[in-house]
Write a protein that binds this ligand. Structure first.
Ligand code: F6R
Length: 608
C-alpha cells in the first residue's frame, strides 16, 4: 500500500537513486509519486499524480540537488490521486518533509486542533497533520527525534513514517513505525530506509529490521535505533538477504508477471530445499492441536484451500479454511489454546491476516506463519515461521508466491502424514519424489501452453464474462484462475464448483458462452465430463485444462491446454493453474492493460 524510500549519503545527489528505488517500489501503489531532497538547508520538491515514468517525463525526478532525500509512491486512501494529495507533505514553512504509509484514524480531530492554531493544510490526506505537528513541537524547542516521538504518541492508527528537516544541522532522516513495514539498508557512507527490500537491493544486501514501537535516526555513517517511548537504545545486527538485485529486475521480460510465471520452477526447487526441521516443527504443532484453521486472503486463500485438501487427503487431517478478514466473526468465540492457526500471506503484512492472527494470539492459539518476506510483521507474531523461497515478487498479481505456498503446504502435509500414519510410507515416498519432478513439469507446461494462451486471449478478449468450473481440489484452481483474470484484465469471471454450476450459474450459458473446465485425471474426471456435456448442450464454448493423453476430453472441448504428465492428485493445482495464469496475462495484454499494475490494487493490502 504506498512505497517509501529515504536515503542519506556522504556526498553526491540522491535523487537519481530515489527515482529508481521508487520504480522498484511501484508495485505498492501507483496513484502518485513524489521526491524531496535537502541541499544547503533548503528543500527541493517534485511530485505529481501518475506512475513513476509519467511523472519523471513531466518533471525529471533525477534533477534535484542534495545528498539526503525521501520519496513516495501512493496507493490513495484519504483524498483522490492528485498533485496536492501526493507525498511528501510539508509544514507551513516548507522546512519539514514527511512520507507515510498507513492510515491515521484520529487525523480529523488533530487537523481541527492544528487548524485552530493557524496551520494551513493543502491536501485532503491524513498524513499532512504529521509535518504540522512536528512543526509545533520543534517551535517549542524539541529536536526532530523528540518531535517525532511526541507526534507518534498522539497519532492513532497504523503508520510507517519517514521525515527530514532543513533545521537539523547534520543530514539526518528520522523514521518510526507501527503496523506498517520499514527496513533499513546499510553500506559504506550511505544509509537507506524503505518499505521493502527491493528498493535498495541493487546497492546492499545488508538489512536491519525496524520493529513496531521503534524509532531510527539515519545518517550517512549509520543508524541509531531506540525505543519510541522510553529512549532505550537498541543494538540490532544486520541480516544478509539472499535475494539478488536481478530478481527484482525484469531481465528482458516485458513484465514482472510473465517473468515470475517463468520463475515458478526455480521458486519451487528453492522451497523444496527448506530445512526439514522447519517443516517438521510445523507438522508437530498441527498434529498436537485439537483444531486447525488456515487463514489467508486472495490468492493466499486459494493456496489455503488447496492446502486443506492436501492435509486431508495425504494426512487425514481436515483443517478449516477461513478468510482472515472474517475470522473473529466466523469462529464465534470458540478459539482456545488447543487450536492451531496456519496464517498464509506472501507479504506478511496483509492487515486482515495480521488482525486475525492478533486475535488468535489473544486466545492463546498457536500460530504458524507461511510468508515470503523475512522479518515481515507476521513473522513477529508467529510461534513458528516458514519462509517460502520465491525471491521478491514485484508483479501485483501473485503467481510464484502462490506456487511456493503450495510447495510448503505439500511438504507439511507429507510430514504430517508421517505422524498421523494416514498414508503408507511407500505412497508418501512416491508423492515426495513427485514433488521433486514438479519444477520440470511446470517448465514443460509453460512451453507447451504459452503460445496457446496468447492465441486464446486473442479469441476471447471481447467476451464480457467467463465461467471457470472444477471439482475437489480443482475448485481452488478455478477460484485462482478467475481471480487472476479479474485482477489484471478486468474481465468478469466466476469460479464455481462444477457440481454447484447446475444450481444457478448454468442460466448464464448461451450459444458461444466460454466455460473453462479444469479436469485432472483424478476421481473427479468422469463427473466433470458430465458437467461438460450439460454445458455443451446449452451451447457453451468449452475450454479445458486436461492431462496430455485425455483424448476423450480433447474431443469434447473446443480448445484445450494440456498438462504433460499424470499429476499426483493433491498437487494438481500446481500444474493446472499455470496455463490459466498465462491466459490472464495475455488477456490483460490483448485488452491493453499493464498486468504488473492493475487499477485499484496494490501488492500488500494494509487497510482493513
Ligand atoms: C492476488 C493477490 C491478492 C493477495 C492478497 C493477500 O493476485 O495478489 O489477492 O493474494 O491480497 O496478500 P498476501 O498474500 O500478501 O497476504
Amino acid at each position: 500500500m504506498c512505497g517509501i524510500i529515504g536515503v542519506v549519503q556522504k556526498r553526491g545527489d540522491v535523487a537519481p537513486f530515489i527515482h529508481q528505488a521508487l520504480k522498484r517500489l511501484e508495485y505498492r501503489g501507483y496513484d502518485s509519486v513524489g521526491v524531496t531532497t535537502i541541499h544547503n538547508q533548503k528543500l527541493y520538491m517534485k511530485k505529481d499524480k501518475g506512475k513513476v515514468d509519467e511523472v519523471h517525463r513531466r518533471l525529471n525526478l533525477d534533477d534535484m540537488p542534495g545528498s539526503i532525500g525521501i520519496g513516495h509512491t501512493r496507493w490513495a486512501t484519504h483524498g483522490i490521486p492528485s498533485m496536492l494529495n501526493s507525498h511528501p507533505h510539508f509544514d507551513c514553512n516548507s522546512e519539514i518533509a514527511v512520507v507515510h504509509n498507513g492510515v491515521i484514524d484520529n487525523f480529523l480531530e488533530l487537523k481541527t486542533e492544528l487548524s485552530r492554531k493557524g496551520h494551513v493544510f493543502k491536501s485532503e490526506t491524513d498524513t499532512e497533520i504529521i509535518p504540522h505537528m512536528l512543526e509545533d513541537y520543534i517551535k517549542n524547542g524539541l529536536n526532530l527525534v523528540d518531535a517525532v516521538k511526541k507526534t507518534a504518541q498522539r497519532i492513532e492508527g497504523t503508520y510507517a513514517i519517514v521525515v527530514m528537516s532543513t533545521k537539523e544541522k547534520d543530514n539526518k532522516i528520522v523514521c518510526t513505525r507501527d503496523g506498517n513495514p520499514l527496513v533499513i539498508g546499510k553500506k559504506k557512507d550511505v544509509t537507506y530506509v524503505s518499505s521493502d527490500i527491493p528498493a535498495f537491493l541493487p546497492m546492499t544486501n545488508d538489512m536491519i529490521l525496524l520493529l513496531d514501537g521503534e524509532l531510527a535516526c539515519l545518517s550517512s555513517e549509520g543508524v541509531k535505533i531506540e525505543k519510541l517511548f522510553d529512549n532505550t537504545e537498541i543494538e540490532r545486527e544486520s541480516i544478509k538477504i539472499s535475494w539478488t538485485a536481478d530478481q527484482a529486475q525484469k531481465s528482458g521480460y516485458p513484465h514482472f508477471m510473465l517473468k515470475e510465471i517463468h520463475e515458478q520452477p526455480e521458486a519451487i526447487r528453492n522451497t523444496l530445499r527448506l530445512r526439514e526441521e522447519i517443516i517438521e516443527e510445523a507438522a508437530r504443532m498441527i498434529h498436537d492441536s485439537k483444531r486447525v484453521f488456515m487463514l489467508a486472503m486472495g490468492t493466499s486463500g486459494h493456496a489455503a484451500m488447496t492446502g486443506r485438501h492436501m492435509f486431508a487427503s495425504i494426512a487425514g487431517i481436515l483443517p478449516s479454511f477461513e478468510l482472515a478478514s472474517d475470522f473473529p466473526d466466523t469462529v464465534y468465540g470458540s478459539l482456545t489454546e488447543e487450536d492451531c492457526i496456519i496464517a498464509i500471506t506472501q507479504s506478511g503484512e496483509t492487515t486482515d491476516t495480521i488482525s486475525a492472527v492478533k486475535y488468535a494470539k489473544e486466545k492463546r492459539a498457536k500460530i504458524i506463519a507461511i510468508t515470503n518476506v523475512v522479518g515481515s510483521s507476521i513473522t513477529r507474531l508467529a510461534d513458528h515461521t516458514i519462509i517460502t523461497q520465491a525471491g521478491p515478487e514485484i508483479g501485483v498479481a501473485a503467481t510464484k508466491t502462490f506456487m511456493v505456498q503450495l510447495t510448503s503446504l505439500a511438504l507439511i502435509a507429507l510430514a504430517l502424514a508421517k505422524r498421523s500414519g494416514f498414508t503408507n510410507s511407500e505412497s508418501l515416498m512416491k508423492k515426495r519424489d513427485f514433488l521433486d519432478k514438479i519444477p520440470d513439469i511446470i517448465s514443460d507446461v509453460i512451453s507447451r501452453n504459452e503460445e496457446r494462451a496468447r492465441k486464446l486471449a486473442g479469441e476471447l478478449y471481447e467476451q464480457p464474462s467467463l465461467l471457470f468450473l472444477g471439482r475437489g481440489v480443482s475448485i481452488s484452481t478455478v477460484e485462482e484462475a478467475a481471480l487472476k483474470l479479474k485482477e489484471i484484465s478486468y474481465n468478469h469471471a466466476e469460479a464455481y464448483s462444477a457440481g454447484e454450476s447446475k444450481h444457478g450459474p448454468i442460466a448464464l450459458v448461451h450459444d458461444g458462452f466460454p466455460v473453462f473446465f479444469v479436469v485432472p485425471n483424478d476421481e473427479t474426471r468422469n463427473r466433470m465430463i458430465g458437467n461438460i456435456m450439460e454445458m455443451k448442450a446449452r451451447g457453451a464454448h468449452v475450454i479445458s485444462v486436461i492431462s496430455k493423453d485425455d483424448k476423450e476430453l480433447v474431443e469434447l472441448s473446443n480448445f484445450v491446454f494440456t498438462i504433460p504428465e499424470q499429476i499426483e492428485p493433491e498437487f494438481s493445482t500446481m500444474a493446472f493453474i499455470v496455463p490459466l495464469q498465462l491466459f490472464s496475462y495475455y488477456m490483460a495484454l490483448r485488452k491493453g492493460y499493464d498486468p504488473d499494475m492493475p487499477r485499484n490494487l496494490a501488492k500488500s493490502v494494509t487497510v482493513l
